[in-house]
Each structure stands twice: as C-alpha cells, then as structure tokens.
Ligand binder design. Structure first.
Ligand code: NAP
Length: 297
C-alpha cells in the first residue's frame, strides 16, 4: 500500500486515469494538477494548481508519457490552462522526491541533473517496454489489415529488429500464419530467430531480402530502409515504421516510388489507452513503493 505517500500527477491523457485510479486504490495521498475538466471523481485525490507550494511535501511526481516539451510545458487533455514545469518549480522540489516520466526530453533531463533530482524514464524500462510491445503489435496488425488487400496469414512479412517490439511482432505474425523473415545484426539474434522457427537474415543483406515482401515492419530507430532498399521493393509492398520519430525509413523516396510507407508512433495510447495506462500504473506503483521503502531504511 502507498499509505502516507504523497503523489502529484501532472497532466496527461486517458492513460493517466489508470495511474490515478491505482494510486488512489493503494491509499496514496494524490494531488492532481491540470485536471480541471476531468469529470470522474476520484475520492482522496485533490485538484491543485502548478506552483512550488503545491509540491513541497511530495514523494513522487508523475509526468505524462512524453514528459515535458522543450520549454517545460506539460500536455493535459483535461485542462485548457497551460502547465509549465519551470526551473523555479523544479529547483524547489523536496529532496526526497522521485520523478516518473515516460520519456525525458533534454529540457527535463538537464534540469533534473542540475538539481540532482532522481528521475525514471518509464518507457525505457524493460518490463514496461515488453508489456507495451503487446498493444504496439496489435496496433501494427490493425494498420496492416487497414492498408492491404491481403490477409496477414500467408503474407511475406519482413520484420527489422529483434528487440522488445521486434520479437513480439515476429512471433505474433508467425502465429497468424505469415511467412516471417527477421533482419538483425547480431549472430545471437540470428540464432534466436532460427530457434523461433522463423527465417533470419543479416541487415547488410536487407536490399536482397525485400524484393518479394508484401509488408515490411521496421522497429529499428535509425535510417535503415534507405532509398536503395526501397528501390528493390515491389510496388504493392506496405511499409509500417514503428520506430520512434523520425523512424527508420526514407519516406521521401518511398513516396516518390509510389510505395505506401506509414510512420506509426504512439500505438499503445491509440489502440489500447486503458491497457497502456495499466502497464504504466503497475510499474509506477511498484517503483514508488520500492523508493519509499529505501527512503525509510
Ligand atoms: P529495443 O528493444 O531497443 O530494440 C531495438 C532493435 O533495433 C534491436 O533489435 C537493435 O539491435 C536494433 N537496432 C538499434 N540500432 C540499430 C542500428 N544502428 N543498426 C541495426 N539495428 C539496430 O527497442 P524496442 O523496445 O523494440 O522499440 C523499438 C522502437 O520502437 C523504438 O524506437 C521505440 O521507441 C519504438 N516504439 C514504438 C511504439 C509505437 O507505438 N510505434 C511503441 C513502442 C516502442 P541490437 O540489439 O543489435 O542493438
């Protein structure tokens, strides 16, 4: 339980509702900032404004998945008032606080480092990334179904990358009856793909591996599907780029060649905001609990 622990939650989208719900269920003292338009009532959660005074006793500060922008503004779909996490507010945070965010852009990470405030980027945690790969892959399948006129079953599917998303994707496509090839750069990943009963290839051979592909899914966050690779694809091939912005595909060249290429960021929040919120809520409450235990020692 989080009894006696003060958690401030600033802004966010539908996913944050699951975080609020879990913190309230676990008996935390919850402060909501940027939730004026939120209709649901969470008993035990108090709405406040974003000033240093509000945060002076908190143990945990929870930011949305994208954290802040480059000026410290925090998005909230539940508020019309701009929310800015200024340097002054950050500097005044209590010593015991731990900050939780999906990702930390340079504005946030620089100030956290400057004032020695511990922060956790939730999306980079292995458990969160693996759980998140489930709604991500469901979203990728949704896009493949929407943008092709063939079934996934029997499709020649190429997956690039064998990380947390790539592995879930390759397995799911295979379970649906696709012919799956997976492009990787490490011999141990070649071995893993082989062990899974799929066809591995090295990324240096990517150009030769795409000429008969129906769908190519990229999970590698660097330019990997270059003009040279796209030039070797059939016109009907659909490219779904799951890698974080700006993705790993030469979209300009794909358009020029008339090949449909889609960048698909933020799929968990789009296809399954409730599940995505529960994933964050589960890990967050575990970490807050661990942190509060460590503080007491
Ligand atoms: P991950 O576990 O780190 O996997 C990344 C994969 O890319 C690994 O196979 C890695 O290979 C490979 N890779 C990285 N840099 C490479 C390079 N220069 N050349 C060749 N291979 C390279 O990441 P993840 O959790 O699977 O996430 C993959 C991407 O999807 C990230 O950009 C993430 O932000 C994004 N994502 C998007 C969504 C969405 O909704 N679209 C959801 C979740 C995640 P090695 O092991 O050899 O390094």
């Amino acid at each position: 339980m989080l009894t006696g622990i003060q958690v401030a939650i600033i802004g966010g989208d539908a996913r944050q509702l699951e975080v609020i719900k879990r913190c309230v269920e676990m008996d935390a003292n919850v402060i909501l900032i940027g939730f004026e338009n939120l209709q649901s009532v969470f008993s035990g959660a108090n709405k406040r404004t974003l000033i240093a005074e509000t945060l002076k006793n908190i143990d945990a500060l929870v930011l949305p998945i994208v954290g802040t922008d480059d000026q410290g503004f925090v998005e909230s779909i539940f508020s019309f008032t701009p929310l800015q996490l200024t340097e002054e507010i950050i500097a005044a945070l209590p010593k015991k606080v731990q900050v939780y965010t999906g990702i930390a852009k340079p504005y946030l990470s620089k100030l956290m480092d400057k004032y020695n405030i511990p922060y956790i980027e939730m999306l980079s945690l292995d458990d969160v990334a693996i759980y998140n790969s489930i709604p991500t892959v469901e979203g990728a399948l949704m896009m493949a179904i929407q943008h092709t006129d063939i079934t996934i079953h029997g499709s020649r599917s190429v997956v690039l990358g064998m990380g947390r998303v790539g592995m879930t994707l390759a397995r799911t496509l295979s379970n649906l009856g696709a012919n799956v090839r997976v492009g990787v750069r490490k011999p141990e990943h070649v071995a893993r793909v082989y062990e899974m009963g799929l066809t591995p290839f090295y990324l240096k051979d990517l150009k030769e591996q795409v000429n008969d592909a129906d769908i190519l899914y990229n999970t590698i966050p660097t330019l990997i599907v270059t003009a040279e690779v796209i030039a070797n694809m059939a016109h009907h091939c659909l490219i779904i780029d799951l890698a974080s912005n700006p993705g790993g595909v030469d979209f300009r060249y794909a358009e020029k060649r008339g090949i449909k290429a889609l960048l698909a960021p933020g799929l968990p929040g789009i296809v399954a905001p409730k599940t995505a919120g529960q994933i964050i809520a589960n890990t967050l409450t575990r970490l807050v609990l661990e942190h509060s235990g460590n503080q007491e020692e």
